[in-house]
Design a protein around this ligand. Structure first.
Ligand SMILES: Nc1ncnc2c1ncn2[C@@H]1O[C@H](COP(=O)(O)OP(=O)(O)OP(=O)(O)O)[C@@H](O)[C@H]1O
Ligand SMILES: [Mg+2]
Length: 676
C-alpha cells in the first residue's frame, strides 16, 4: 500500500474517531441539559398546576379544571396528565402515545388548598421528543462530520499528491536505478527535504556509478590479468612441450647415421607439436641453388599424392625452387598461408600434388644464408603465430642437428679421404714400382717369345742358313712343332704377356705425372662423346645393351672449359659408365635402369656427377673400390684396375677429386671435381 493511501487512511480513521467521540460527547451533554430543563419545567409546571387547580377543585369547578388540564396538556412532551378525586367525582385525564422505549418522568402530588388535600394529580412526561430531536441532531452532525471528512480527504489527497509528486518521481527513478538502469536521470526539482533528498540521491547515484565504473575497470583489469596468466601458462606448457620435443629430437639425432635419417627423425616429432598432416624438409642443392632436394617427407604426404614410386623419387631428388618456397628461401621469412587458393605466392600446383588446405613454411638458416625449408600442411584449424614460433624453434634445432651431422660426415669423409689418399699413394707407388720391375722381364719375355716364333716359323735367310749348316729339315721341324702345339703355346705366352703388359701399363700410369698434352676441354662434350663410345663399344655390347639404359641429363649452362687430357678424362668416364651399366644390368629386378648425368659448378671447380640406380655398395666395398685390383667380378671379367686408374688420373694427373656416395639399394653416385 502506498504512502499516500496510508496517510489518507490514518487521517480518515483518526478524524472519524475524534469526530464520533466529539459528536457523542456533545450530544450526551445536550441531552443532560435538555433533561435538566425538562425537569425544571416539570417542577415549575407542577407548581403552577398546584396553584391553578387548587381553587377550581375546591369549588368543584370541573369545567375550569378540564380547561386547565387541557392547557397543561398542550405541552408536547407530556404523555399523561390526570387529576383524581373520588369524593367529588373528579377524574380528568389526558394521555398521548409516545415511543415506548423512551424514558418517562413521572410525578404524583396532591393539590392542597387552605390546608386541605383536595385531589391527587399525576403527570408523566416522555423524553421521546428530546430523544428524537437529539437523534435528528446526531444524524445531522454525523452527515456534516463525514461530509467534512470527505472534503478533507479530497483536499488531503490533492495536497499529498502535490507534496508527494517529487518523491514519487524520485521513487520511480530509484526503482529504475535499482533495476539496473544507472543512466536514469534523477529529477533534481523539489524544495525542502525532498529537494535535498533528490540532490543527495543524485550525488549518491553519481558515486555509485563511479564505484561501479571503478569496479568494472578493476574487474576488467583482473580478467585481463587472469587471461594473461592463463595464456602465459598455456604458452609455458606449449614451450616446455617444444623444449621436450627438441630434447628428444637431439637425443635421437645423435644416433642417426646420416643427415637424411636426422631429417626423417625430425618429421614425426614436428608433426606431433604442430599437429599437421604433412611435413617435409627440403634442402637447397649446394651445386645448383635453383633446385631443392627433399631430405625427408611425412609418410602421409607420400601416401596422398598419386604418383608412381619412380616419379616420387624424381620429384624428391630435385625440384625447382619457385612460388612460396622461393619466397621463404630468398627472403628468409616464415610464411603462413591459411587460404592457399588466394595466396599470391601459391600458383599452379604440379599434378598429383597433395591437397593443400593450408601451408606454413619456415626457412632453415645457417649463419646468414638460408639453405632449406621446413614446411607443414594440413592443420585442421589453420596455422597461427604460436605454430610459427614453435616451428621456428624446431627448425632451428633441425638445422643445428643437420649441421652437426654434416660436420661429422665431413670429418669422417675427410678422414676417409686422407686414409684413402695415403693408402692409394702407397699402393700406387708399390704397384708402379712393381710394374717397373715386372716391365723389363716382361719385355724380355715378350720380345724373346716373338723372336722364338720368328726363328721357328718364318723362312728367314738366317734361319735357313743355320738349318742347312746342321742338316736340319725345317719342314719336318715345323710339322713337329705344330703337332706338339708349340706355336699355340708361344701364342698363349704372347697373349698372356700382352695382357700383363696392359696391366703393367695401367699400373705405370699410377706414377705418371706429366703436364704435357693438357688442353682446355668442354666436359659436356667429353661426357656425351664417351657415352656414345660406350654405346657402340663392342666389348661392352657383348655383356649388356647400353640402349636399354635411360639417360637423364642435367647440365648447368655456360660452364667453363677445363684444362685436361681428353683421352684420360674419357677413360675415367668410360670406366665409371661401364661399371654403372654392369651394376644396373646385374640386377634383373631393375626395370628402368637409368643414368643421371649432372654438370655444375662447385666453388672454383667443375663437377661431373654420374649416378646410377643400380644395387649400390655396402660401406666395406665403398671404401675399397679405388684400390688397385679390388674387384667383385669373377676372374677374367674384371681386373679391379678401372677405378684405380681413374683415381690416379683425376687426383694425380689432374689435381682433382673423385668421390663416391653409395649405399645398398640406393644406387651409386660418382662425383668428379676438376679445377678450371
Ligand atoms: N656403379 C657401381 N655399382 C656397384 N659397384 C660398383 C660400381 N662401380 C664399381 N663398383 C665396384 O667396384 C669394383 C671395382 O671397380 P673397378 O672398375 O675398379 O674394377 P672392375 O670393374 O671390377 O674391373 P675392371 O674395371 O678392371 O674391368 C667393382 O668390381 C664393383 O664391385
Ligand atoms: Mg671397371
Amino acid at each position: 500500500m502506498g504512502l499516500r493511501a496510508r496517510i489518507i487512511i490514518v487521517v480518515v480513521v483518526a478524524s472519524s474517531i475524534i469526530n464520533l467521540f466529539l459528536c457523542f460527547y456533545f450530544i450526551a451533554q445536550i441531552r443532560e441539559l435538555e433533561l435538566k430543563s425538562l425537569r425544571d419545567k416539570i417542577n415549575k409546571t407542577t407548581h403552577m398546576m398546584k396553584l391553578v387547580n387548587a381553587r377550581p377543585l375546591y369549588n368543584v369547578d370541573k369545567e375550569t379544571l378540564k380547561i386547565n388540564m387541557e392547557t397543561f396538556f398542550d405541552d408536547e412532551n407530556m404523555k399523561h396528565i390526570s387529576i383524581h378525586e373520588a369524593d367529588i367525582d373528579v377524574n380528568i385525564q389526558f394521555a398521548r402515545k409516545f415511543d415506548p422505549n423512551a424514558m418517562d418522568i413521572e410525578k404524583s402530588f396532591y393539590i392542597s388548598y387552605k390546608g386541605l388535600n383536595l385531589g391527587k394529580m399525576r403527570v408523566v412526561y416522555s423524553t421521546s421528543l428530546i430523544e428524537k430531536k437529539l437523534a435528528k441532531f446526531r444524524s445531522q452532525m454525523l452527515v456534516f462530520t463525514f461530509g467534512v471528512i470527505l472534503a478533507m480527504v479530497v483536499i488531503l489527497g490533492f495536497v499529498i499528491n502535490r507534496l508527494m509528486a517529487p518523491i514519487t518521481r524520485l521513487a520511480v527513478a530509484a526503482s529504475d536505478i535499482a533495476a539496473g538502469n544507472l543512466e536514469r536521470q534523477i529529477p533534481k526539482g523539489g524544495t525542502g527535504e525532498v529537494g535535498i533528498l533528490a540532490r543527495n540521491f543524485a550525488s549518491m547515484q553519481d558515486a555509485v556509478k563511479e564505484k561501479i565504473n571503478d569496479l568494472a575497470l578493476t574487474n576488467k583489469h583482473l580478467k585481463n590479468q587472469i587471461q594473461q596468466k592463463e595464456m602465459n601458462e598455456k604458452k609455458i606448457l606449449h614451450q616446455s612441450r617444444i623444449i621436450f620435443s627438441v630434447n628428444t629430437f637431439f637425443q635421437k639425432s645423435m644416433m642417426a647415421a646420416s643427415r637424411q635419417e636426422v631429417a626423417e627423425l625430425f618429421i614425426p616429432i614436428a608433426l606431433a607439436v604442430i599437429d599437421s598432416r604433412y611435413c617435409f624438409v627440403g634442402e637447397v642443392d649446394k651445386a645448383n641453388p635453383e633446385r631443392m632436394h627433399i631430405l625427408a617427407i611425412s609418410r602421409q604426404a607420400l601416401a596422398d599424392c598419386a604418383l608412381t614410386d619412380m616419379e616420387k623419387e624424381l620429384r624428391l631428388k630435385g625440384t625447382c625452387i619457385t612460388g612460396i618456397r622461393a619466397r621463404i628461401i630468398r627472403e628468409n621469412i616464415g610464411v603462413i598461408a591459411n587460404n592457399p587458393a588466394v595466396h599470391p605466392d601459391i600458383g599452379h600446383m604440379p599434378d598429383a600434388h597433395i591437397p593443400l588446405e593450408n601451408f606454413m613454411g619456415i626457412p632453415m638458416r645457417v649463419g646468414s644464408e638460408t639453405n632449406g625449408i621446413v614446411a607443414f600442411s594440413g592443420k585442421n584449424e589453420g596455422y597461427d603465430e604460436g605454430d610459427k614460433e614453435a616451428a621456428q624453434i624446431l627448425t632451428m634445432a633441425l638445422t643445428e642437428a643437420l649441421n652437426l651431422k654434416r660436420q661429422e660426415e665431413e670429418k669422417l669423409r675427410l678422414e676417409e679421404m686422407m686414409i684413402q689418399s695415403e693408402k692409394m699413394v702407397s699402393l700406387g707407388s708399390l704397384a708402379a714400382g712393381m710394374a717397373h720391375e715386372i716391365n723389363n722381364p716382361l719385355a724380355g719375355i715378350l720380345q724373346n717369345t716373338q723372336v722364338i716364333q720368328n726363328r721357328l716359323k718364318n723362312r728367314l735367310p738366317a734361319n735357313l742358313a743355320a738349318a742347312r749348316e746342321l742338316a736340319l729339315d725345317l719342314d719336318r721341324m715345323t710339322a713337329y712343332m705344330e703337332k706338339r702345339d708349340i706355336f699355340k703355346m708361344t701364342d698363349a705366352i704372347l697373349t698372356a704377356g700382352r695382357r700383363a703388359a696392359a696391366i703393367v701399363s695401367n699400373m705405370l700410369s699410377f706414377s705418371r705425372k706429366s703436364s704435357s698434352g693438357f688442353v682446355h676441354e668442354d666436359l659436356e662434350m667429353l661426357l656425351d662423346q664417351t657415352l656414345e663410345l660406350a654405346k657402340s663399344d663392342y666389348n661392352l655390347k657383348k655383356r649388356f645393351d647400353f640402349k636399354k639404359i635411360r639417360i637423364e641429363r642435367d647440365y648447368m649452362p655456360g660452364l667453363p672449359k677445363v684444362s685436361c687430357k681428353a683421352s684420360e678424362i674419357q677413360q675415367v668416364f668410360f670406366n665409371i659408365l661401364s661399371n654403372g651399366a654392369q651394376a644396373m644390368m646385374s640386377d634383373p629386378m631393375n626395370q628402368d635402369p637409368c643414368f643421371f648425368l649432372r654438370l655444375f659448378m662447385q666453388h672454383d671447380m667443375v663437377s661431373v656427377q654420374i649416378q646410377d640406380n643400380g644395387p649400390g655398395m655396402n660401406a666395406a666395398q665403398r671404401k675399397r673400390i679405388f684400390e688397385p685390383f679390388f674387384t667383385t667380378k669373377s676372374v677374367g671379367e674384371g681386373t679391379g684396375l678401372g677405378l684405380a686408374v681413374s683415381y690416379f688420373i683425376i687426383t694425380e694427373n689432374h689435381k682433382g677429386r673423385i668421390q663416391v656416395a653409395s649405399s645398398p639399394g640406393q644406387g651409386s653416385c660418382f662425383t668428379i671435381n676438376l679445377p678450371v
